[in-house]
Design a protein around this ligand. Structure first.
Ligand code: NAI
Length: 214
């Protein structure tokens, strides 16, 4: 299927990883067909929301049959670009950088972690899982030589902008930023910020309101 997915709203795109996760779970359980009603009950979305979302990509469902899980999962994988491979590096080999390096899940989906960079001489030369920790001085030549597409920033926030500038200059096209600042990057560079605390604060809001009204 050759479609242009550029005009699809980000609200829909942001729901796709959840579809992907649930469909993979079904495949793991050897379930190959599911109705929109069953999928909606599982995912906590309405059946009409699911139909609307998937209609953006040309449907997939068949009246009276439901969805072919394998086909739908494969298509969502393609839409999300998970059928390709991306070379990635981590900058900052502290608690978070090492946790990301140790997590095997990303690699399954084509994110090829190549190395970690740090300024701390005690960490340089270590191997985290299978990733070498290199001196930050080697950052730019490494990016160029290894065609690194994604930079994962796990430095303290005061060094994050400088790190972003360096990796962008060397040719990185996407930044997965964990430092708690809004990075400035040229328009052609994709930046995705992750704030675990946002999610925690929503949890706190729900908890505090539950206590207020119960
Ligand atoms: P950490 O202090 O354990 O690790 C930071 C590492 O960065 C250290 O190894 C340090 O030597 C290295 N570093 C310092 N300056 C550097 C530079 N210029 N270039 C390369 N490496 C450098 O900190 P932790 O806990 O791993 O947190 C890392 C970052 O992630 C912080 O900015 C923190 O605020 C953020 N964070 C964000 C979360 C989120 O939900 N987005 C959750 C946890 C942490």
């Amino acid at each position: 299927m050759n479609k242009n997915y550029k005009d699809i709203s980000m609200a829909v795109i942001r729901r796709l990883p959840k579809y992907h996760r649930y469909l993979r779970e079904l495949l793991d359980k050897d379930i190959h067909r599911i109705s929109s009603k069953e999928l909606s009950a599982m995912m906590g979305l309405t059946a009409s929301q699911i139909r609307q979302d998937l209609n953006n990509f040309g449907g997939f469902g068949q009246q009276g049959y439901g969805y072919n899980v394998e086909e739908l999962s494969g298509e969502i994988q393609k839409i999300l670009g998970l059928d390709r491979e991306y070379n990635a590096i981590i900058i900052g080999s502290g608690n978070l950088g090492q946790a990301i390096a140790n997590y095997a899940g990303f690699r399954k989906f084509g994110f090829k972690l190549k190395a970690i960079f740090d300024t701390n001489p005690k960490l340089i030369g270590m191997i985290i899982r299978d990733l070498p920790v290199f001196d930050i001085d080697e950052l730019q030549p490494f990016i160029i030589k290894n065609q690194i597409k994604i930079g994962i920033i796990c430095t303290p926030k005061e060094f994050a902008q400088d790190t972003a500038n360096k990796i962008v200059k060397a040719g990185v096209s996407a930044i997965w930023n964990f430092a708690p600042i809004d990075l400035k990057a040229p328009e052609h560079v994709i930046t995705e910020n992750v704030h675990l605390s946002d999610s925690l604060f929503i949890l706190s809001y729900l908890l505090s309101n539950q206590e207020k009204f119960s």
